[in-house]
Design a protein around this ligand. Structure first.
Ligand code: SF4
Length: 462
């Protein structure tokens, strides 16, 4: 069946879709989602929640209707090596009466009860749409309870309607910044970092911390995977902020640079190339303070690659020439995935993100092949039509993209917060290759014809 171009693009969405090689590069992005387009994006509140959620010894209280709390309950597969208070979802469960008369007293009582019961190191209080509408003074309540209980109680101004998911990241960074600078920085090494933008999905931050440890670098604070309030409070003592994820914690790194002069670098721990580059970038930064650090880093990379490379070769032989589509939250992940698929001999034919910036899309345009579709803030209808048009073998995305792939008879790889498989680091590249292999080569696709290709599949089976 000849490939057809999709007829499902709203006129207003056309500027957010680019086909490499078919037109001059243009990309509208970082704007509010089109009403009625059923965006895959989450709201501002959800953006804040995903960033702050992994702080395991803090109380997270959602001030709003119960639905907002349920929507983000245990939202990431972020593991903790100690306390697990973050996995509980607390809500003030605002009702009609609270909306009419105000919910401040209910919030204060909820905070006091929860702090007495769970003894957290700090509390984050999230504002939701209705709180923004009725005008509860979150900051005043938090200040009062903080004074009463002697712990930081931090308002997160994340009213769902006030922008896109990126605004939520920013609200989370502002909340985190209130903690930074309030702890003791004694015993912080001059060769030290904070890890920003890693959420310890499936224990990934432990893999990365281990690499840095082998290089001789001290990690002061994980922000926010396996995060601890006291570590974040002394994060300003670290010599460098190492920031992964293009959107989520970059604002915090910028705030810390301005307030404490802490420099930052942007990295990615996905794929062989980007993982090695990230370690070398940190080694280069500390080379003057520790002349042996580069040698140790080279040894580490050599050691890891000697184990990984022969294994990847086998997957490469089987997967060579297969086609992949990517739709992720932050574009940084997309850069690494394009390179990782190339390493496996595969071709990326569609790539998109929920929150990419103009710079992100420029970079994607540079690293992708001719004919690749690049898309910002997409929706299920568009994604389905792109997958059919390009006849992809695997779709990489998150929980909302999984059913799209399976309904179309296409393999799927979860690269979002819910996953249980570590995909970062050199070991993560192996896990990724194995998962891609397992889904693309699964015999199940002999029985579930790919939508758009039913005819040829039936003919093949005769
Ligand atoms: S904050 Fe608003 S948009 Fe977000 S989940 Fe709650 S009601 Fe929905």
């Amino acid at each position: 069946m000849p490939a057809t171009k999709p007829q499902v693009i709203f006129e207003e969405r056309k500027g957010q879709i680019y086909r490499k090689g078919e037109e001059p590069f243009h990309m509208s992005c970082n704007r509010d989602s089109l009403a009625g387009a059923v965006s895959q994006r989450a709201c501002v509140f959800c953006g804040s929640r995903v960033v702050l959620y992994p702080i395991a010894d803090a109380l997270h209280l959602v001030h709003g209707p119960i639905g907002c709390a349920v929507y983000t309950w245990d939202i990431r597969g972020a593991l903790s090596s100690g306390p697990e208070l973050h996995r509980l979802s607390f809500s003030t469960d605002l009702q009609e009466k609270d909306v009419i008369f105000g919910g401040e007293e209910k919030l204060r009582m909820a905070l006091l009860e929860l702090i007495n019961r769970h003894h957290p190191q700090a509390a984050f209080v999230y504002s939701t749409c209705i709180v923004g509408i009725i005008g509860d003074d979150l900051a005043a309540v938090c200040k009062r309870v903080s004074k009463e209980k002697g712990i930081p109680v931090i308002p997160v101004q994340s009213e769902g309607f006030k922008g896109n998911k990126r605004e939520g990241y920013n609200a989370a960074c502002k909340a985190l910044f209130q903690l930074v600078g309030t702890g003791n920085t004694a015993n912080v090494s001059p060769v030290s970092i904070n890890i920003l933008g890693d959420f310890n999905l499936a224990g990934e931050i432990w893999i990365i911390r281990n690499y840095f440890e082998r290089m001789g670098v001290q990690t002061v604070a994980n922000i926010t995977g396996d995060g601890r309030v006291d570590d974040i409070r002394r994060a300003h003592g670290a010599a460098l902020n190492v920031v992964q994820c293009s959107g989520a914690t970059l604002d915090l790194a910028k705030m810390m640079k301005e307030a404490y002069g802490t420099p930052f670098i942007r990295v990615s721990y996905f794929g062989v190339e980007d993982m090695a580059d990230s370690l070398y970038a940190v080694a280069r930064f500390f080379q003057n303070k520790d002349p042996q650090i580069m040698t140790r880093t080279q040894e580490l990379v050599r050691e890891e690659l000697s184990v990984l490379s022969p294994k990847l070769q086998e997957f490469r032989q089987a997967l060579s020439g297969k086609k992949a589509a990517i739709y992720v939250g932050g574009a940084f992940k997309a850069f690494s995935l394009v390179k990782a698929f190339r390493l496996l001999g595969m071709k990326v034919v569609m790539v998109g993100s929920q929150t990419g910036t103009k710079e992100d899309y420029e970079e994607l345009q540079e690293i992708t092949d001719e004919g690749t579709i690049i898309v910002d803030d997409s929706n299920p209808l568009e994604l389905s039509s792109f997958l059919k048009e390009k006849e992809v073998d695997i779709f990489v995305g998150g929980v909302k993209e999984r059913p799209i792939a399976y309904k179309l008879g296409v393999g799927f790889c979860d690269h979002n917060h819910e996953r249980k498989e570590a995909l970062e680091g050199f070991v993560g590249m192996f896990n990724f290759a194995q998962e891609v292999y397992n889904t693309v080569m699964s015999p199940v696709w002999h029985f579930v014809p790919r939508r758009g290709k039913e005819k040829s599949c039936k003919q093949n089976r005769r």
